[in-house]
Design a protein around this ligand. Structure first.
Ligand SMILES: *Cc1c(COP(=O)(O)O)cnc(C)c1O
Length: 373
């Protein structure tokens, strides 16, 4: 699905030197590389504050902790994403309100958000799923009108540019009140281990959150709030600082591979290809995900695997149906899209080193499966 080795080989000298420099310095925890990467990422995103942390799941949890919410407060989020979002909401004793998605973008459905609002709603967590920006204009409007927060889950969309209705173009991760991202190795900006970050333009929130990630300390050994220990490792920060320079190039290559897939698969009666919604650069194709209609998706997965073509099903089960998150208050009629989409989606190999002939080979095999089945 990804080619981490191929990508590493192209920047090996630079990365190796950055890692060795950290080891030589022995500044393993909160060394200078962490601050340097933080500054670079602030500049890249166009955001006032980045707070590095240990991983993307922590980043989401810390965003919620930063909002000083109390048990019973409701957080609206998508039914179709990785489990982190709903997991941290539950862990903090908050109430997740899972809602259906838009079938074209796979992102949170705006009408469903409006329907889910109550007097206890405190935040919305849109996920820029598969690398495509969610409808941030509409979400920020709803947040303004209802005096609630928007936390972007930017784990899959680092580098995506959202075109606003007012003509401005902003990076995802710089639009909501808070944003959480992940540097898991396979993400568009991936470390060589775990990593994550929070970003915000609100200086007060940033100050509060800098304490939360460090055991609730604002002054050494004085603990003002209950915090966590969540740090970005100095070695990972040094690697990320190198890789950030190449991110736009990596994303361009992903977009090229995506265009080629789409060119070869579009207008097929059994395939629905992805559509880019909010401006030409609003999708950075963390995944290239198609829908298989009126053919057996699971059989296609088996078929491709037999030909040694990797593929993934993100995600096979909607969150509201997961054992851990089932809840009798959910009504299946409100999840018609996620229930259907989970049976149809398949994500094809996608990374910055994907070659034209590889895409062609993958497509040929998908088409021959459809012909034969
Ligand atoms: C990867 C991912 C996360 C979690 O990131 P980790 O660094 O693995 O904790 C959260 N949300 C989404 C949408 C992700 O893709």
């Amino acid at each position: 699905m990804v080619d981490l080795k191929g990508q590493y080989n192209l920047i090996k000298n630079e990365v190796d030197k950055a890692v060795l420099d950290v080891i030589e310095s022995t500044s393993f925890i909160n060394g200078p590389s962490v601050k340097l990467f933080q500054k670079d990422l602030e500049k890249y995103l166009g955001v006032r504050n980045v707070i590095p942390c240990a991983n993307g799941t922590d980043a989401l949890q810390i965003c919620l902790m930063g909002l000083r919410l109390i048990p019973g407060d409701e957080i609206i989020t998508t039914d179709f994403t990785f489990a982190s979002t709903v997991e941290v909401i539950e862990l903090l004793g908050l109430t997740p309100v899972l809602i259906d998605i838009d079938p074209v973008s796979f992102n949170i459905d705006i009408d469903a958000v409006k329907k889910a609002l109550t007097s206890r709603t405190k935040a919305i967590i849109p996920v820029h799923l598969f690398g495509q920006a969610a409808k941030m204009d509409e979400l920020m409007e709803i947040a303004d009108e209802n005096n609630i927060f928007v936390i972007e889950d930017n784990a899959q969309a680092m580098g995506a540019k959202y075109s606003s209705k007012d003509g401005t173009i902003k990076k995802t991760g710089s639009i909501g009140h808070l944003s959480a991202t992940s540097f898991f190795p396979s993400k568009n900006l991936g470390a060589y281990g775990d990593g994550g970050a929070i970003s915000t333009n609100d200086d007060n929130l940033a100050e509060y959150i800098r304490g939360i990630v460090n055991h609730g300390m604002y002054k050494r050994y004085y603990h003002d709030v209950v915090g966590v220990n969540s740090r970005l490792d100095s070695i990972q920060a040094a690697i990320l600082k190198v890789k950030l320079k190449y991110l736009d190039d990596y994303n361009e290559r992903r977009k090229k591979a995506a265009s080629l897939y789409t060119e070869l698969l579009i207008n097929h009666p059994n395939i629905i290809t992805p559509k880019v919604i909010s401006g030409p650069n609003s999708h950075v194709f963390h995944q290239y995900t198609i829908r298989i209609v009126d053919k057996n998706r699971d059989k296609l997965v088996e078929y491709l695997n037999k030909k040694n073509i990797p593929c993934g099903v993100y995600y096979p089960v909607p969150l509201h149906s997961q054992k851990a998150y089932k809840n009798s208050s959910y009504n299946e009629k409100e999840f018609t899209i996620t229930n259907q989409i989970c049976k149809e989606v398949i994500s094809l190999p996608m990374h910055s080193e994907l070659k034209k002939d590889q895409v062609q080979y993958i497509v040929e095999n998908i088409l021959s499966f459809i012909r034969e089945n």
